[in-house]
Design a protein around this ligand. Structure first.
Ligand code: FAD
Length: 454
């Protein structure tokens, strides 16, 4: 029976490759499925034992939050001690990083103060392949990649934690990576928790299948098989996307082109992400995202939006500030909501869509989270339409018909998209002609932001 449920999880695209199954069955392996553009367990490993630890089947954020922080979450965003805007004081490091280089500065600080012996962070391990790896010294930190938006196989996280002789780790990870890690630890091996000094979580709005990368290659007429790497961010506040080939050649383009808007549309997401209610990384001590509000628009290097969930994380940030490693400005939860989209944080779409899936007899996971009773419902007609398009797009994706998706997107479904594009162009023009207006329009602490970060 549970084997059948797990098959539904796979078929719906809800498996996200973070569970600690390798610790239960050392032979376990994921494989990259060309049709879905996602990792999935090799057929022989789909069995009953999976469900017990799978975050795609069941997860209780209230209980896990209690075990980690010792109390029920105190806000709808999860447990929050303080929220900040922050940025490294090292210009080069900041410039190269995804947003404010807070991940890298925190890792450096923890190594320099001997609070950790090793870090687990995602690095490139093969052609387009990224995996969690063990980092033992400070020189490796600046070589860590900026955000990787295509699917990563996270199986190694728990394996490294368990099998390493080092006893003091920091783990850098996406929400589903940290959720999967703690779900396994508290269900199976609670002692492993003692090895974790701190978790640094990424705030995540999107997560794409390999089809995104393949579609980019198709649209720009490039050879996917010769592609070695993709750099999505870095080199400035947002930076351009770079496709890097085995022969060293590169294709560089802006994120907002007609072609890339298709490859990065929501139907190209890992489907689990369409029902994700924890983009805010509720179980991580220190959470880092991009500061997207207009009052931060002037930074040339990038500013991070930071949530300190534990007292320890809060202390670390303030000590880094004292040592002049970072600039730090206290803000509030409202700023976090303004910076991300409300829907992304409170799961308006995700909760509504899960309800819709249940109604039509489809599988959706059992989830308990602080936002469960606070989301705004999406109209059923909209969900029905979404579901219909998703099914069709997944079929087209599995057949590699990216140009057909392109044509459909820009023909009959796209009034909202044109409106968005026009607004973006107007906004860019407005930014050039009336730069000061942005500050006047926005909000209570623009002045401090300018003084501290710009
Ligand atoms: C899939 C994804 C979606 C995201 N979506 C949003 C969003 O919608 N809104 C938002 O505000 N922020 C989002 N982020 C977070 C944001 O892009 C930055 O990662 C964050 O601001 C940290 O910036 P930094 O400059 O401090 O990190 P850096 O100092 O540049 O360090 C980046 C760190 O992230 C690790 N890393 C990179 N990619 C991955 C990955 N796929 N899985 C695990 N670890 C990884 C690297 O190993 C490195 O340690 C997303 C990140 C990812 C990976």
């Amino acid at each position: 029976m549970s084997g059948k449920i797990f098959q539904k999880i796979i078929d719906n695209g809800f498996y996200i490759s973070t569970e600690g199954y390798k610790l239960i069955n050392p032979n376990f392996e994921n494989e990259l499925d060309d049709k879905t553009g996602m990792y999935r367990p090799k057929e022989e490993f789909i069995d009953d034992k999976f469900l017990d630890i799978s975050i795609s089947y069941k997860i209780d954020y209230i209980d896990l939050s209690n075990r980690i922080f010792g109390c029920n979450p105190n806000t709808k965003l999860g447990q929050v001690e303080n929220t900040y805007l922050a940025q490294s004081t090292n210009y080069q490091r900041n410039y190269k990083a995804t947003s404010g280089a807070i991940v890298k500065e925190t890792l450096r600080y923890l190594f320099n103060t001997n609070q950790i012996q090793a870090a687990i962070a995602v690095q490139k391990t093969g052609k387009l392949k990224y995996e969690p790896t063990k980092i033992m010294n400070i020189e490796e930190i600046d070589r860590l990649p900026s955000s990787i938006y295509h699917m990563v196989d996270y199986t190694n996280t728990l394996k490294i934690l368990k099998e390493s002789k080092e006893k003091k780790f920091v783990v850098v990870g996406t929400p589903w990576q940290i959720d999967g890690m703690y779900q396994y630890i508290f269900k199976k091996e609670p002692k492993l928790k003692n090895k974790i000094v701190l978790t640094i979580g990424l705030l995540t709005g999107w997560y794409f299948t390999y089809h995104t990368v393949k579609a980019l290659c198709r649209f720009y007429n490039l050879d996917y098989n010769a592609l070695d790497n993709i750099v999505y961010r870095g080199n400035g506040k947002s930076g351009k996307t770079r496709l890097i080939f085995e022969n060293g050649k590169q294709k560089i383009f802006e994120r907002f082109t007609f072609k890339s808007l298709v490859a990065f549309e929501r139907y190209f997401n890992v489907p689990k992400f369409l029902i994700e209610v924890n983009t805010q990384n509720m179980l991580a001590d220190l959470v880092v995202g991009d500061a997207h509000t207009k009052d931060c628009a002037y930074s040339k290097t990038g500013i991070s939006l930071v949530i300190a969930r534990s007292k320890k994380a809060d202390e670390i940030l303030n000590k880094m500030k004292k040592r002049d490693k970072i600039r730090l400005l206290k803000t509030d939860n409202e700023h976090v909501v303004r910076s991300q989209k409300r829907d992304r944080l409170y799961g308006d779409f995700a909760w509504s869509y899960m309800k819709y899936l249940n109604k039509i007899g489809e599988f959706s996971p059992e989830i308990l989270a602080p936002s469960k009773n606070h989301y705004k419902s999406i109209a059923e007609a909209e969900l029905e339409k979404f579901h219909r398009i998703l099914k069709r797009r997944r079929k087209l994706l599995s057949e590699g018909k990216y140009w057909q998706i392109f044509i459909e997107k820009y023909s009959f479904q796209s009034f909202g998209l044109y409106k968005k594009l026009i607004c973006q162009v107007l906004e860019k023009i407005g930014l050039i002609i009336f730069p000061r207006n942005l500050f006047n329009r926005n909000n209570y602490h623009d002045k401090e932001i300018r003084e501290i970060f710009i």
